[in-house]
Design a protein around this ligand. Structure first.
Ligand code: NAD
Length: 348
């Protein structure tokens, strides 16, 4: 009674017909076990078929997304996204005393943002604030901070939050670029490159991300370099640090997508050569196609990319596509192509 109640109609028929021929209990139990095993196999085949169908469905959806997002990015090359307003945003710019950072600070102020300028060089940083005030833009704030020091970063963020308010846009710009053969770099120099060019980004993000998560919005911008997507001679530690910036920003982009109710964006900029004095001996073979850009133009490109929420861009823009294509070619061809371009930085 107990056994037969657990079988389906088909299995019961088999059982009954066999039981009719041999009604001994061991035979009945053996048959019951066999039928149960057949039943289990049927169920697992059904589950497998359902899983396969589900995976096929997911792959089709992925192909649709591939087509949609690729068409969208090609469309965006010709029709850039609208630039959002940054009026009223509190923008932290590191390395605001000179070069690209100074221009980023001045241009954000011209768009109506409140600029918080950080630099290790007090006189230069104050000069940037004075220029913002002279132009009559919104009030800007100067803080002296060594971004390589985690303690200094956390203390300064606390001070800014008390005196100015929560930072809504970070521009991790401060950086150094000693340029010579790897064997000529000292241990201290390599550590300093990583402390300023990489670790500072992590300390600043760790110090400010909690307030962005609380406010459910924010934007984190990082200055990497073309040396962060292409290996260049005389720049082994610098390239390593700028590749690290691209890696940390990509991982951050993925991690932030897990916070479903937060709108915190990331943007990475990879300039080629900007006329700030950082690249002391630039070497460019085809000057018309690989022009050295002014800090003003580089800053405008950084702000535009942030306002369009671009994930990664090079300055000039085509270098990203060129490098992505070279990545698909053989490494030896890429090397030959680099020698043909004959461009880079000579040792200091
Ligand atoms: N200039 C280029 O050709 C070029 C190209 C690609 C990428 N980049 C990147 O752009 C960023 C800005 O470069 P730039 O050419 O304007 O440099 P820059 O030397 O003109 O200015 C850098 C600023 O950072 C400040 N700084 C340095 N160390 C600091 C520290 N520990 N704490 C706080 N501030 C510090 C300096 O005082 C200076 O004001 C850098 O990250 C650089 O790697 C520059």
């Amino acid at each position: 009674m107990y056994l037969s109640s657990s079988f389906n109609g088909h299995n019961q028929n088999i059982l009954h017909s066999v039981a009719h021929r041999d009604r001994s209990l061991p035979n009945l139990i053996r048959m019951a076990k066999h039928t149960k095993a057949v039943h289990k196999q049927e169920i697992s085949a059904f589950v497998q078929a359902r899983t396969v169908l589900q995976i096929i469905g997911e792959i089709l959806l992925l192909l649709l997304k591939l087509a949609y997002f690729n068409i969208e990015s090609i469309y965006r090359i010709f029709v850039p996204a609208t630039e959002v307003s940054v009026k009223g945003e509190v923008v932290l710019v590191t390395g605001a005393g000179h070069g690209i950072g100074k221009q980023i600070a001045l241009q954000y102020a011209s768009h109506g943002a409140t600029v918080v300028a950080w630099d290790i060089n007090e006189a230069n940083n104050i000069q940037t604030i004075k220029e913002i005030e002279k132009k009559g833009y919104s009030k800007a704030y100067s803080y002296i901070c060594d971004v390589a020091s985690r303690e200094n970063v956390f203390e300064t963020v606390k001070q800014v939050e008390k005196e100015v308010g929560d930072i809504s846009i970070i521009v991790n710009n401060a950086g150094i670029m000693p340029c010579h053969k790897l064997l000529d770099h000292t241990k201290e120099e390599i550590e300093r490159i990583f402390n300023i060019n990489v670790f500072a980004h992590l300390w600043i993000i760790q110090a400010i991300l909690p307030s962005m998560l609380k406010n459910k919005r924010g934007h984190i911008v990082a200055l990497s370099s073309v040396a962060g997507i292409v290996g260049l001679e005389n720049l082994v530690p610098y390239c390593s640090s700028k590749f690290a910036v691209c890696g940390l920003m990509e991982a951050l982009y993925v991690e932030l997508s897990e916070y479903k109710n937060c709108n915190i964006k990331t943007t990475v900029l990879c300039p080629y050569i900007v006329d700030t004095g950082l690249c002391k001996k630039p070497k460019v073979r085809f000057e018309n196609t690989m022009q050295i850009v002014t800090p003003e133009d580089a800053a405008a490109a950084v702000i535009s990319a942030q306002r369009r929420s671009a994930r990664i861009e090079t300055i000039p823009g085509y270098l990203l596509y060129l490098q992505n294509s070279l990545r698909c070619a053989s490494a030896k061809f890429a090397l030959s192509f680099k020698s043909f371009l004959d461009t880079g930085i000579e040792a200091d």
